[in-house]
Write a protein that binds this ligand. Sequence first.
Ligand code: TRP
Ligand code: SF4
Length: 377
Amino acid sequence: MALTTDSAISSDPLRSTTARRVLSGMRPTGKLHLGNYVGALKNWVALQKQYECYFFIADYHALTTDYADPRNVAQNTLEVALDWLGAGLDPEICTLFVQSHVPQHAELHLLLSMITPLSWLERVPTYKEQQENLSGKDLSTYGFLGYPLLQSADILMYQADFVPVGQDQVAHVELTREVARRFNQFCPPPGYVPPTHAHLKETLVAEGAQREIPPGIQPILPEPQVLLTPSPKLPGTDGRKMSKSYNNTILLTDPEPVIRQKLKPMVTDPARVRRTDPGDPDKCPVGDLHKVFSSPETLTKVYEGCRGAGIGCIECKGWAADSIVRELAPIQERRARYNEKSAQEVLRNGAVRARKRASKTMAEVNEAMHLLPEAVR
Ligand code: TRP
Ligand code: SF4
């Protein structure tokens, strides 16, 4: 399997007129932080206005790594939903749901597992990496090996055109494309006329063994494209990448005093030992925060003040905190309009819509796989 990314990354999807559906998911990690926001959520909020969007909380995926202690899954799922609503995902214009509320995900995962060579899963780069990184957990399970295929089912279920994800997920979308292609070869849609031998020979040569689908008839599982989320460098309070596992996050729900408190001890440009030493915001994690959250005017003050030793780091961190507080204020205000009950209602309504869309795909898939229909027609 070629895990190249180029073919999966679309040059300018917004210009495509046929592109319609977007799907993405997030694991229920609990309360979200600024890294989750600028690396994914903020982008989703923009996408919902242009596309038919499906966003789901991947609770089955959480179980692939947390099966030994799953006690937090439900609460974490709710926290993520509340943060999504706070960030501005609007349940009136997009579909927000929980993966396990749409059992068709499990159904499609099973059917796709029939056609997926084991070697494809073993070769997914995150498979060995994660097993090494999470060495405290026994990840030699069937479910963990199969989770990229579960992700393929998540995507293909909605016959999605685009999947907004970060660089770390590109290989999974690439696998999804390969699986879709294989499914479409084995299970062409009804009415599909197989090409003649001569025709096949020609297209085999021309398209690297891909069977051509005659015009007019669409494959059941279209190949999705990655919509690569540009993710700005976002350091946590210890200067490393902001990540829950480093315990260095600023949460979307952190109140102003907590944000200020967390920024105070933050690492700065090591060249600025004394207040009189000039520094460089490009070598400072606080500078990186300014680049993401501060206005051009503040940014100018930071560059000039830091390089000319005209400001102190404490003052500079205060400005960074101001910028973050300003970004989070509307998010926290919106989040406060929901509670666990109303968030659950949003998810319940989302699941109804998602199940409806999913059962349409499953009807096509079951038919193409020649399973006996339940109803006599
Ligand atoms: N695997 C993704 C992650 O860890 C979450 C995910 C699950 C996902 N299913 C998906 C993302 C489908 C995009 C599309 O972040
Ligand atoms: Fe970093 Fe600001 Fe201090 Fe410069 S003044 S080193 S950008 S905290």
